[in-house]
Design a protein around this ligand. Structure first.
Ligand SMILES: *Cc1c(COP(=O)(O)O)cnc(C)c1O
Length: 388
């Protein structure tokens, strides 16, 4: 009998599998958060966050999922009645726009067809039409459609609109793609623990540019738990404002030791090779890549109409102990989403794709050749880098 918890493979775009060292860190006795030992860890973790955000600003940690940091981004910089432009490539774009509206912003939605990235020309004409947008909201990677947006180019465009804050949800982008916050003129960037950070769900990260901190002084949206002014003040004294998420923080220290040893380029290269291998293995299975602007952190593969994606996923979990994500809304049952973040080994990929190939055969999809799929996968994975 296989043990589900030890032989289980998590190939989703968050949460992600964690290396043993990180799991062990999470199992240590609790350190109180107001002790010198813990405060030394906090300092190292803050330095690591600046390194990965590529910013001189303080990157604050919030005890919330990524959506909490998305809310903090809005309520700390905007006032009810402010005009906001939101790029919508899928579910997370919709969520951010809805949040802004709930807090009283006047939101204009740029609807991008699912699976496509936003066109710069489309943004440019919208920004020209209405001169007073206070913020532009965009996902670096829209996880629901596995689509990447042109963040650098949007930053260039916004240089001509200095009143508009550039807010980037980098939750599935950071760690997988280059997103240097300061250099690219990003005013507010948010990230989450269960994606590239190789931690359990429950911590989020946020940094504000000088311009965003200026806006914060006049921002009137209501806030208490997510008041970043209080958080920054506490951080300057070497503490978090509320109780720190101590186990997550201790584990994040271990993650950064691994990251810094490995280097940003290798971390990114690992995601890229996993993405390339996934696209090629998918094609060897006869499955098309869904997105026209595929992300490096997550890949969506289109399933044939004869295969019910929900049933396929249930089967993969029950019989093979492999978890992939499915599609949401109009994509429900129609795509499989495979994550490339976190601690994914070559063996996880082989097991994942063997299980997928066998399951598709069991679902009567014609023409599945498991050895061809594995050859395709191995050929690309052999180029490395491998998981460390
Ligand atoms: C995962 C994710 C989030 C945050 O979701 P939570 O469930 O709140 O952690 C936000 N945006 C994107 C693009 C994501 O992938």
């Amino acid at each position: 009998m296989q043990n589900k918890l030890t032989s289980y493979r998590l190939l989703t775009p968050g949460p992600v599998p964690l290396p043993t060292e990180v799991l062990n860190a999470l199992a240590q006795p609790i350190l109180h958060h107001r002790t010198p030992e813990f405060e030394a860890i906090l300092q190292r973790v803050w330095a690591g966050l600046k390194w990965i955000f590529e910013t001189e600003q303080q990157v604050m940690m919030l005890t919330s999922t990524g959506s909490g940091a998305m809310e903090a981004a809005l309520v700390n910089t905007l006032s009810p009645g402010d005009s906001v432009l939101a790029v919508i490539n899928g579910k997370f774009g919709e969520r951010w726009a809805d949040m802004a509206e709930r807090f009283g912003a006047i939101v204009t939605r740029i609807q991008v067809p699912w699976g496509e990235s936003v066109q710069i020309a489309q943004l440019q004409s919208e920004l020209k039409k209405t001169g007073d947008y206070k913020a532009l909201l965009v996902q670096a990677v829209e996880t629901s459609t596995a689509t990447q947006n042109p963040i650098f180019e949007i930053g260039q465009l916004l240089k001509n609109h200095p009143q508009c804050l550039f807010m980037v949800d980098a939750i599935t982008g950071l760690g997988a793609m280059t997103l240097p916050m300061d250099q690219w003129g990003i005013d507010v960037m948010v990230a989450g623990s269960q994606k590239a950070f190789m931690l359990p769900t429950g911590l989020s990260f946020i940094a504000l540019s000088d311009k965003a901190w200026q806006a914060q002084k006049h921002a009137k949206m209501p806030r208490y738990y997510f008041d970043l002014e209080l958080e920054l003040k506490a951080n300057k004294k070497g503490q978090t404002y509320f109780s720190s998420a101590n186990s997550h923080t201790v584990a994040l220290d271990v993650v950064f030791q691994r990251f810094i040893k490995r280097g940003k380029n290798l971390i990114k290269a690992r995601c890229e090779i996993l993405a390339e291998a996934t696209r090629a293995a998918g094609q060897a299975l006869g499955l098309k890549v869904y997105s026209k602007s595929p992300a490096v952190s997550v890949t969506a593969l289109e399933l044939p109409v004869s295969v019910d994606g929900q049933k396929l996923r249930d089967h993969l979990e029950k019989k093979y102990f492999v978890t992939f994500m499915g599609g949401q809304d109009q994509l429900q049952g129609k795509i499989l989403r495979i994550g490339h973040l976190g601690y994914i080994t070559d063996e996880d990929m082989r097991a994942g794709f063997t299980s997928l190939a066998e399951s598709l055969k069991e679902f009567k999809m014609p023409g599945i050749q498991t050895p061809l799929v594995l050859d395709t996968l191995n050929h690309i994975l052999a180029r490395g880098p491998h998981a460390d």
